[in-house]
Design a protein around this ligand. Structure first.
Ligand code: ZN
Length: 419
């Protein structure tokens, strides 16, 4: 059986599977995606299709020298299954590190920070790995799916077996890894160190993920694969980085923070090529969102080459409004323009950046201090929902943001419900 491209899979969904079994969808990216036997292939394809629909997040980072604010800006569209929901809470300082069933117990933080939390869960309460945290030190943590869809041999979706480097200890780290980082990090750089140390100690259980860890001065993308394999790279100060759901680090460069296994292969090694085929990023599923943000936000007309550009120098200084326009785009005025009523895909099977499943759009405008940081959040599709401003550590929180014991109860239940 030929490898299915992500669009073939999406079409499979279109043609026959209108409703996915939620349990299968939920396990996407976890054990079931790593090893699926042939007799379950149809259901898995359907799950992958739903998940592709579900997890088409878009991320964007702006270096401080090309930012109109003079500081880093990061942004994200959280795309998922349209009926899923997001709600907000302020986790107080000193909250425990909650365990996740079947996964390693992360040691508690010496001093756990207060964290603003954007909680993503399914309609029946299952948490998804789409949570966003912004902590009292002004450190932002969110993620995109890593999009490793290519390793399909008709029987299995898997990453290469690389012995110890593709192993986990005691079930490995689950979706609470980012909370552990958010509770501890005083800077983005320290957040990278905390995350990679945890990954080296315990291994990362899901298939792949691209974490954004940012503060007012720098943004790091930590691209983590199952086990103990990762590369973290900083977005240069004079560049922007646009990232859909694919690995965007190719050849290892000086300054990259790599797991020892990856570092040992420096010089001969292309991270993205090793763990995902070129079709992953060249698929219209990812390509148009990734290159679309470079075009719409940064004025760059990038053609698909042999590798995906991790970062590029923008054609002009980037403002908060430039980014909002990008996150809200349906490629208006181009041949790929999609119907604003969100049919999802036109005849060319192109994914808009603002999608039917966009549950939340966020632009983080860092300030000089954490109290000055403004999160611009559209609680739904940003083409039709206004961006509201939140200052998580700069005064009163809006009504509806859970605090204190209620916030702790929510996050405790969140991780308890993970599987
Ligand atoms: Zn829209």
């Amino acid at each position: 059986m030929a490898k299915p491209e992500i669009n073939d899979i999406i079409l499979t969904l279109k043609q026959g599977k209108k409703k996915m079994k939620s349990k299968c969808v939920m396990k996407f990216g976890r054990k079931h995606l790593r090893k699926v036997n042939a007799c379950r292939a149809v259901l898995c394809l359907a799950a992958l299709a739903a998940a592709a629909n579900a997890v088409a997040c878009s991320g964007f980072a702006v270096g401080k020298k090309v930012s109109a604010t003079g500081r880093v800006i990061v942004a994200h569209n959280e795309d998922n299954i349209p009926k899923h929901r997001i709600r907000h809470a302020m986790i107080p300082a000193g909250a425990p590190q909650f365990d996740e069933p079947g996964h390693v117990s992360i040691p508690p933080a010496e001093r756990a920070c207060a964290c603003f939390w954007s909680e993503l869960k399914s309609a029946d309460g299952e948490p998804f790995p789409g949570d966003l945290f912004f902590n009292e030190n002004g450190v932002m943590v969110y993620s995109n799916n890593g999009g490793v869809y290519e390793e399909w041999d008709g029987k299995t979706f898997s990453l290469p077996d690389e012995g110890y480097w593709s192993s986990c200890t005691d079930g490995g780290l689950g979706i609470n890894l980012r909370f552990a980082v958010a509770q501890r990090a005083r800077t983005a750089r320290e957040g990278v160190s905390i995350m990679t140390n945890l990954v080296m100690t315990f291994g990362y259980e899901p298939l792949s993920r691209i974490f954004t860890i940012a503060d007012k001065d720098e943004t790091w993308l930590v691209q983590v694969l199952h086990g103990r394999r990762y590369v973290a790279r900083r977005c240069p100060d004079d560049a922007v980085a646009s990232y859909p759901n694919c690995l965007t680090i190719g050849a290892i460069e000086p300054g990259d923070v790599c797991s020892p296994y990856i570092a040992a292969q420096r010089g001969t090694f292309d991270f993205a090529a090793r763990y995902q085929g070129p079709r992953t990023w060249k698929s219209p599923f990812n390509l148009h969102r990734g290159l679309g943000l470079y075009r719409i936000v940064a004025g760059l007309d990038v053609k698909a080459g042999e590798t995906y550009p991790f970062s590029l120098k923008p054609a002009h200084m980037i403002s908060i409004d430039d980014i909002k326009r990008g996150l809200s785009s349906h490629y208006e005025g181009t041949p790929h323009e999609t119907n604003p009523k969100h049919p999802e895909k036109g005849p060319k099977v192109v994914e808009p950046i603002c999608r039917r499943g966009t549950l939340e759009a966020m632009v983080c405008e860092f300030g000089e201090t954490p109290a000055d940081c403004v999160l611009h959040i559209a609680k739904g599709r940003p083409c039709e929902t206004p961006f509201m401003t939140f200052r998580p550590f700069g005064g009163a929180l809006p009504d509806g943001v859970a605090t204190g014991e209620e916030a702790i109860k929510r996050i405790s239940e969140h991780y308890k419900a993970a599987r």
